[in-house]
Design a protein around this ligand. Structure first.
Ligand SMILES: [Zn+2]
Length: 391
């Protein structure tokens, strides 16, 4: 079996959007693609069969969480992460760097790696590029990520510079430690909100021969407008012939916008986590299902949605389940949000194929702009994003 291969099938004439195909040992991933987050070996509240049934072909697994519990050696002895969790399609694992820096306690970072205490039991552990590669190899993911230094925003310029320098050195060590087999290794570009640093990081990382490239260090405390600006400026710096992955970011409006900048892969906790908080995405925004106004509302979450929750149940029933703390409510909410993301991406792919992506994007964003967002929250302060990539 050879390394995963990426092919660009079509380019939209009016934007930078592309339709592509990533083929791994576990199947074909049509891009643009969204990866549900399977934090600790499960996409919360869904079975793998349900996730596949929604059309998803790749999910994300968290190296940090799986290494702490149950431990990558346990997963390896049970046949690797695919077999362990019963997911036969592709898996991308993150490097663990984000959680080590955001979730673990009493961390100390130096040029060699990061000392940290497990947030589960306080054990003192060390993560390095070599260790991250060994864990991801034991898990057997199809796409592994290089170990990077991902600072929150805002950070002082010297911290952003240090992170770029370290990310470059760690990318080289990750590549050198990565086994030559049928898996792919993606490099990560850092640089915060500093354009010159992003350019420097992109030049260094893309020179190392990775099979794909990610934009890291976005959605780490800054405004959504600034995130979009950073992605728009960084995406064109990444080689057009390899997949471009935007890490840990995305409302449906973000996805549709970023696809127009040439992003191929996304992951985000929003559809699953929001679902468990009763925040449901619709064609025109978001609704909070717990609101009293839905107590006797016979309408579905979204009249345009074809998911099981919308076909069979009313807002009134889903509100009742949520308020009563019924597990079924969390499952149906998650099912709906993941269906909504899958549908959005599917429509985006069709629009690229038809060469009308700009019109699709503008209409999609206009409906949300004109609609109502019941889940308006202030932007999180820096430091308040701890563990924000954990589904
Ligand atoms: Zn639905």
């Amino acid at each position: 079996m050879s390394r995963p291969e990426f092919t660009v099938l079509a380019r939209d004439p009016g934007t930078a959007a592309r339709r592509g195909r990533l083929v791994t040992a576990h199947g074909t991933v049509e891009t643009p693609a969204f990866m549900p987050v399977g934090t600790a070996g499960s996409v919360k509240a869904m079975t793998p069969q349900e996730v596949a049934g929604l059309g998803y072909t790749m999910i994300l697994g968290n190296t940090y969480h799986l290494a702490l519990r149950p431990g990558e050696e346990v997963v390896a002895r049970l046949g690797g992460l695919h077999r362990f969790m019963g997911w036969e399609r592709s898996i991308l694992t993150d490097s663990g760097g984000f959680q080590v820096l955001s979730l673990a306690e009493r961390r100390a970072i130096d040029d060699d790696g990061v000392d940290f205490r497990s947030h589960l039991d306080g054990r003192l552990l060390r993560m390095t590029p070599e260790r991250s590669m060994a864990i991801q190899a034991a898990l057997g993911s199809d796409v592994a990520m290089a170990f990077d230094d991902c600072p929150a925003l805002p950070s002082p310029p010297e911290r952003l510079r240090e992170a770029v320098r370290r990310t470059t050195a760690w990318a080289r060590r990750s590549r050198d430690a990565f086994a030559q087999d049928d898996r792919a290794l993606f490099g990560i570009v850092q640089g915060g909100d500093d354009r010159a640093l992003r350019e420097e990081s992109a030049a260094a990382i893309t020179a190392m021969g990775f099979e794909g490239h990610a934009i890291g260090g976005v959605s780490v405390g800054e405004s959504a407008a600034l995130s979009r600006e950073v992605v728009a400026a960084t995406a064109p710096l990444l080689p057009a012939g390899r997949p471009r992955y935007l890490m840990g970011m995305g409302t449906p409006a973000d996805l549709v916008t970023m696809i127009g900048h040439g992003i191929d892969l996304f992951d985000c906790v929003l559809p699953t986590r929001n679902a468990r908080n009763g925040s449901l995405f619709t064609s025109t925004g978001r609704i909070l299902i717990k609101r009293a106004g839905y107590r006797e509302d016979p309408r579905p979450i979204d009249p345009e949605c074809g998911c099981e929750a919308c076909r069979l149940y009313s807002r009134a029933y889903l509100r009742h389940l949520f308020v009563a703390g019924e597990i079924l409510g969390l499952r149906l909410n998650t099912l709906h949000n993941l269906y909504h993301y899958a549908r959005t991406i599917r429509e985006a792919r069709a629009a690229i194929e038809a060469g009308v992506y700009a019109a699709f994007r503008d209409a999609f964003l206009a409906r949300i702009e004109a609609g109502e967002d019941e889940d308006v929250q202030p932007a999180p302060a820096a430091g308040a994003v701890a563990g924000d990539r954990d589904g």
